[in-house]
Design a protein around this ligand. Structure first.
Ligand SMILES: [Zn+2]
Length: 304
């Protein structure tokens, strides 16, 4: 997880990438989309099966695994089993699953589900763009760099993101969302060496007496990375945190937009402040299943 602050910023900023047909609805609900950006992390220790949705320890599968891993869930299950995949994280596949669910919610006009799934999808996409979410050494615990996770994804954004340029342009349609999220994971993983090596080098140059400082939080005194150390590390990373945050913002907008297009571009303005009765919603869900079945059958027919 990015820190709570970064997750909320990413979801909020993604709203402003949306086209005119979508932005009214999302702006109306921007507080919900922002505040609930952190729900999946809150669920992590309470809901069974939640934990592996936030990361993928891609390096447990061997050298260059990030380039060789089966991209689609069924292929990956066949090669490694579901248990193994769940043990080492499933974020790229979970993003794709959430994408299907959001598309369905838009197709039937389920306002509540659109909001819940948009917020959740934004969270998982953001996680997939964090380098330390792509490794078993996720907190530097295997290399004597314990604490680096929070430094990179919480402390640095909190200290420096007010200086970032978050103008990422308009949302665009993604032809293959499953491959798109994998590209995010690949790029994040390629940045991992720098994340770890720069911290190690800076620690050697700085000395641990200047690496940490103490801050008072309520009644407690806690050890944090000193602001000089954080600043120097941020500089060495040469814009990486900003780049990854920008990528996350753009990708979240692109995924929401793609779901909406694939759902047949429903009129979201009509859904502002509107909710179907449970009965009506059940009916629409049944219609969706019918539609999917027919579509599947006709596809099969085409391939004969
Ligand atoms: Zn997370």
């Amino acid at each position: 997880m990015w820190g709570f602050y970064a997750h909320q910023q990413i979801n909020r900023l993604a709203v402003f990438t949306l086209p005119v047909e979508m932005i009214g609805f999302y702006k109306y609900h921007i507080q919900y989309i922002t505040e609930n950006a952190v729900n999946p992390d809150k669920r992590r220790y309470a809901v069974e099966g939640e934990e592996p949705r936030h990361f993928i320890d891609i390096d447990v599968y061997g050298d260059s695994a990030v380039y060789k891993m089966p991209r689609y869930w069924q292929d990956a299950v066949e090669k490694f089993t579901e248990d193994t995949l769940n043990a080492y994280g499933i974020v790229p596949w979970h993003v794709n699953l959430m994408r299907y669910r959001l598309t369905d919610a838009m197709r039937i006009g389920d306002v509540k589900a659109i909001l819940v799934l948009s917020a959740d999808l934004g969270h998982y996409i953001a996680d997939a763009n964090v380098p330390l979410h792509t490794t078993q050494n996720y907190n530097g615990q295997l290399t004597g760099q314990h604490g680096i996770h929070g430094l990179w994804e919480s402390r640095l954004p909190e200290l420096f993101s007010s200086e970032y340029d978050f103008f990422v342009g308009k949302a665009r349609y993604i032809d293959n969302p499953q491959l798109e999220i994998w590209n995010g994971v690949i790029q994040a993983h390629e940045a991992l060496d720098s994340v770890l090596n720069f911290e190690r080098k800076l620690t050697q140059d700085t000395g641990s007496d200047k690496k940490y400082a103490f801050e008072t939080r309520g009644n407690a005194t806690v050890q944090v990375y000193s602001s000089d150390f954080s600043k120097a590390y941020h500089k060495m990373l040469n814009g990486m945190v900003e780049r990854q945050m920008r990528k996350a913002v753009a990708m979240v907008g692109n995924f929401w937009y793609t779901c909406w297009v694939d759902a047949g571009q429903p009129d979201l303005d009509k859904l502002i402040g509107f909710e179907f009765s449970e009965e009506e919603l059940e009916k629409r869900k049944a219609e969706l299943m019918e539609w999917k079945k027919k579509r599947y059958e006709s596809r099969e027919h085409e391939s004969e």
